[in-house]
Design a protein around this ligand. Structure first.
Ligand SMILES: [Fe+2]
Length: 290
C-alpha cells in the first residue's frame, strides 16, 4: 500500500469530509477575533488594545512575560499592559497578543500535545521572521506577520479532526501533511481573514498556483525555514512533526532547510539571512516567553 493512500474506513471518511469542507472548524475565541479585527484597523490605540488584552488574563500574563524577557527587556520591570505597549510598540503588542491568544485557546489535542506545541512555536517564529523579511524588503509588515502565523493553521486542525474521527495515530500526521493547506484556508476564510492570507494557507506549498499571493507564499516559505533553523536546534522533535525540507540551502543554515527559489524571488541574499538569524535570541525569547 502507498503511504499516502487512506488506510482505514475512518481515515477515508475523514479525507472525504476534508475534501468537501465537511470537518468542524475550530472557533476563534473573542479576544483573538477582536485582535484580528484590530489588526486591520488604523484606529486602534494603545489604551483600547490594553483594554482588550486585559480581558484575557492568560494572554495578558504571557504578554508581560515576553515584554520582560531578556530580548525585549529594559532596566525597568514592566508591570502593566500600557507599559508593555510603550516598550514593544503598539503593532508588536497586537501581533504578539494575537499569536499567544490563538496558541493558548484554539487547539488542545490529547496525545498530540508535543507535536502541536512544536507546530505552534514554529508558527510564531515564522510570523516573526515574516515580519522582519517584510521590513527588509519594504513589504506590508502586518500582512506578512499574519501570513506566517496562520499559513500552517490547518495542521493542528486536521490532527484534531483526525483524532476525533478515530484515525490511527501513525496516519494522523500524514493526513495533516496532505490536507493542511485546504483545511487551513477554510478556517481562515471562516474567521474572516483577508483573501490573500487565505490564498497563502491554500497554496503555500505550490506558490505558482497562488496568483498575486505568490510572493507572500515565498516569503512565508523562507520565514518558515528560518523559524525551523532557529527553534529546532537541540529540540527533541516528535517524529513527522516537521516536514522534511529541500537539500539546497546555504551550508551555514540548518542542513537543507531552505530552497533557493523563494530566496531569488524575494531578492534575499546570504547576508540578509545572516542578519535575520543574528536575531535568533529575540525569536526564542518571544516563543519561550509566549
Ligand atoms: Fe505547510
Amino acid at each position: 500500500m502507498q503511504p499516502h493512500e487512506p488506510t482505514s474506513i475512518s481515515e477515508k471518511r475523514l479525507a472525504e469530509r476534508v475534501a468537501r469542507g465537511g470537518i468542524t472548524l475550530p472557533m476563534l475565541p473573542e479576544v483573538p477575533r477582536r485582535l484580528v479585527t484590530a489588526a486591520s484597523s488604523d484606529t486602534t490605540d494603545a489604551r483600547s488594545l490594553a483594554e482588550l488584552i486585559r480581558r484575557d488574563s492568560a494572554v495578558a500574563g504571557r504578554l508581560l512575560r515576553v515584554a520582560n524577557s531578556a530580548a525585549f527587556g529594559g532596566a525597568v520591570r514592566i508591570v502593566s499592559l500600557q507599559q508593555a505597549v510603550a516598550r514593544l510598540g503598539l503593532d508588536s503588542v497586537r501581533r504578539i497578543a494575537l499569536a499567544i491568544a490563538v496558541d493558548a485557546q484554539v487547539f488542545r489535542i490529547p496525545g498530540f500535545e508535543a507535536t502541536v506545541r512544536v507546530q505552534l512555536d514554529l508558527a510564531l517564529g515564522a510570523a516573526w521572521f515574516a515580519q522582519e523579511i517584510a521590513r527588509l524588503r519594504r513589504l506590508p509588515v502586518e500582512e506578512a506577520f499574519l501570513a506566517g502565523l496562520f499559513h500552517d493553521l490547518g495542521r493542528p486542525a486536521v490532527i484534531q479532526a483526525a483524532v476525533a474521527d478515530g484515525v490511527p495515530e501513525w496516519a494522523v500526521l500524514e493526513l495533516a501533511e496532505r490536507h493542511h493547506g485546504e483545511v487551513g484556508a477554510c478556517i481562515m476564510s471562516d474567521w474572516g481573514l483577508p483573501p490573500r492570507l487565505v490564498a497563502v494557507a491554500r497554496h503555500h506549498h505550490h506558490p505558482e498556483s497562488a496568483g498575486d499571493a505568490g510572493g507572500l507564499c515565498h516569503l512565508v516559505t523562507v520565514a518558515d525555514a528560518l523559524a525551523k533553523a532557529t527553534l529546532l536546534q537541540g529540540v527533541d522533535v516528535p517524529a513527522g512533526a516537521v516536514q522534511r525540507a529541500s537539500a539546497h540551502g546555504p551550508p551555514w543554515l540548518a542542513e537543507g532547510a531552505i530552497a533557493p527559489e523563494p530566496l531569488a524571488e524575494l531578492g534575499l541574499y546570504a547576508d540578509d539571512l545572516a542578519t535575520l538569524l543574528g536575531r535568533a535570541d529575540t525569536v526564542r525569547a518571544l516563543v519561550r516567553g509566549a
